[in-house]
Design a binder for this molecule. Structure first.
Ligand code: GRG
Length: 299
């Protein structure tokens, strides 16, 4: 079922403005020494990302009755981790890309060492932001920090997914291995976003399980649509280099399954995400509308 009541582009735009203004407050200014480092951090953070993970966290938290001010700083922490991962992913030793969020990548604009340090500093600042968030009780801060670390790290987080992805470049991998890469590299941080929102909102264990199921499918949906866009979109639409997956013979959904099966998988992951939401007795409209939006996304 496609939701029509919630204006998701508007919901994203409102949350993006809130998150950007808080990020601006949390991140050292460009005039703060060492200025090259702070300019590099700001270059990448304020290059115009969608703020998908903070917005998902806010939508999930609000579904469980959390107040916006309880969610904002964890949302910023997620965006810091995400931006660090993009900066490092673009490095010559990883994906070696020179375009991100529609502008030169951090190491191209500055230099490789500065880009590595910008990513490192963002990761540290993310955990500092949660530890110092006075809107949350000490217990919730610890739970949220653990969720974020698990989603960002290893053995079932973004870093392990990235390691699997790099290993897969020199191998032919099957559909199951590809799905595991997606679940970890992209899905784990998306899962952490939704779970942190639910935890801040006071979700119980069964609600948290349902949200995890929703977010795992949403993460898959997000990555598969990203793979599909790499085949079908232009650089202007994507803000990064399209067609790169195919040129580097990267294992992707379209490469392994073909376009038709990829579109069928998008439908299946969307349905599974919506079914998971049906397990909880909360207003699921915004979360369902986000799944609708991701399954149709064009950037
Ligand atoms: C370097 C530890 C480490 C991990 C890198 C995020 C990542 C892991 C790699 C990026 C490769 C990639 C293009 C993955 C596809 C899904 C994805 C994470 C897309 C980028 O996220 P968006 O679309 O970007 O939310 P914006 O710019 O809108 O924030």
């Amino acid at each position: 079922m496609v939701s029509s009541v919630i204006d998701i582009p508007d919901f994203f735009a409102c949350n993006r403005a809130l998150v950007d203004s808080e990020l601006n407050r949390l991140i050292p200014s460009e005039t703060h020494e060492p200025v090259r480092l702070h300019r590099a951090i700001r270059w990448s953070v304020f290059a115009g990302g969608k703020r998908f993970r903070p917005t998902l966290l806010i939508a999930t938290g609000e579904a469980f009755g959390a107040a916006p001010e309880q969610l904002l700083r964890t949302g910023c922490a997620l965006e810091m981790i995400h931006t660090y991962s993009l900066i490092h992913d673009d490095l010559p030793s990883m994906d070696n890309d020179d375009l991100r969020r529609g502008q030169p990548t951090c190491h191209v604009q500055f230099d490789e060492a500065t880009a590595i340090l910008a990513g490192d500093a963002l990761q540290a600042l993310a955990f500092q932001t949660i530890a110092e968030d006075e809107q949350l009780s000490p217990e919730i801060r610890v739970r949220v920090a653990a969720e974020l670390a698990r989603g960002a790290g290893t053995p079932v987080g973004m870093v392990s997914g990235q390691a699997r992805d790099l290993e897969a470049e020199s191998q032919t991998i099957n559909a199951r291995a590809l799905e595991q890469i997606h679940l970890e590299k992209t899905g784990a941080l998306i899962c952490a976003a939704a779970r942190c929102g639910a935890i801040i909102g006071g979700a119980n264990d069964s609600e948290l399980n349902a949200i995890t199921d929703y977010a795992a499918n949403l993460g898959l949906l997000f990555q598969i649509t990203d793979d599909l866009l790499d085949v079908t979109a232009t650089a202007g639409e994507m803000g990064k280099t399209p067609g790169k997956d195919a040129r580097s013979r990267k294992a992707t959904y379209p490469a392994i399954h073909g376009l038709e099966a990829t579109r069928a998988k998008i439908k299946a992951a969307h349905a599974a995400a919506c079914n998971a939401l049906a397990q909880i007795d909360r207003n699921p409209d915004t979360l369902r509308a986000i799944a609708d939006f991701v399954s149709r996304r064009e950037a």
